[in-house]
Design a protein around this ligand. Structure first.
Ligand code: COA
Length: 151
């Protein structure tokens, strides 16, 4: 498996990006301003992530996704480690990520890779999404913000 930046002439894997974020509008916005990376295995896309510069010296991982039939094999962790490494190489001091209060697997993954919880953006998903989101039997309302220093 190889992870590389998407070329400007290539179409981003929108169906995969929609797995992590149900809002096509938000996805299109951050694709315009950020950088999209894909994991490939024999020309097949096995993962994606998007890094978006936010504040000075800070970058946010705004999307990370692995196709359902490829999940649980360690690809998500490899993508996350690559995103951290890329951010370091590009000279950012902090990488941030946000996830739903109901995204228990994602909260586990981020913390296993060194992220610490910094704050909670209460009612984020109620303000920004039309449909109610449920995961693991939990109503997804709040965004848990996590960050990691890149020294
Ligand atoms: N409790 C504890 N650990 C958990 C867990 C849980 N409920 N769910 C997952 N994990 C751990 C795994 O055990 C693994 O850690 P390990 O290597 O120490 O065992 C780690 O999290 C990730 O496993 P991995 O196989 O690398 O993840 P993946 O390839 O399935 O990718 C996602 C993870 C989140 C990218 C993938 O599930 C996905 O695309 N989900 C849909 C999109 C999405 O929700 N994106 C994130 C939006 S915030």
């Amino acid at each position: 498996m190889r992870i590389r930046e998407l070329n400007v002439n290539e179409e981003p894997p929108i169906d995969l990006l929609l797995l992590a974020d149900p809002s096509r509008k938000l996805i299109e916005e951050y694709l315009n301003r950020g950088k999209c990376y894909i994991a490939e295995n024999n020309k097949e896309i096995t993962g994606v992530y998007v890094l978006l510069p936010t504040r000075p010296e800070t970058v946010e991982l705004v999307n990370i996704a692995v196709p359902e039939n490829e999940q649980g094999k360690g690809i998500g962790k490899q993508l996350l480690m690559d995103a951290i490494q890329q951010s370091k190489v590009k000279g950012y001091k902090t990488i941030e990520v946000g996830t739903g209060n109901s995204s228990l697997g994602q909260l586990a993954l981020y913390q296993k890779c060194g992220f610490r919880i910094t704050s909670v953006d209460s009612d984020f998903f109620i303000r920004h999404y039309d449909e109610k989101i449920f995961e693991n039997g939990i109503w997804c309302r709040d965004m848990i913000r996590l960050a990691q220093n890149l020294n």
